[in-house]
Design a protein around this ligand. Sequence first.
Ligand SMILES: [Fe+2]
Length: 241
Amino acid sequence: MQRRDVLKAFVGGVATVGVLGLSNAKLRAASADEAANVNNSNESKERAMKYDNDYFYKNGVFQQDKAFEAYYEMFDRMNYSLSDSLRTNPNYWVSDFGLGDFAHVGMGGIFFFNDKEYRYFGHDIYLLPGQMIPEHRHLAAEDLPPKHESWQVRNGSIFNFSEGGDPNDPQALALIPKSQLEAKAVNCFKFRYMQVGEQDRLGVLGAPHFMIGGSEGAIVTEYACYHSMDGLKFTNKDAHP
Ligand SMILES: [Fe+2]
């Protein structure tokens, strides 16, 4: 890993020796200030985020145009080109999942394909820095088995969470938005830090999972079986598509 990326991870408040595979020597190379950020990760994460909820809500109503704008700005930072035809793609969507915390919990994406007849799905996921997709599962529905998914990071980085882990893990607790912890809407505390080109897959059909954008946000391509909205179940009882 590039030193620059190591430091970004620290500034994002998200680095651990195990996850990032850092040697002790590299850890010692980080300045005292950067090391302090590891122990002050929530504050660091806030500093890395450009937007707060005041930007995304007006009189308590989610402003989708502001969310689209935030992702466009992220694409510009990443030098990611979203053609005009994609910008106007009717399947390009953003959502706060009804949770009112888009600065920390929400996503954008484009369903390029969702073919029930041939049972395949192609989707790009957009996440702002530190933004979490609410924890969810995919159950059998519409006479089809539970959806299986794989993910590939195309830009930025993510923290990919799966079921298990230590609910008291300080690194996990620093990453997961407060709103979801307070709602007790998280069962996944095991996570993997993933950078551009890295890929992973759902370990167990029907298991809960979620991901969080890294310090620069993320663009993630998802390869999966047909996505049934009927089979999508959020852990947070207040969340909805
Ligand atoms: Fe999923």
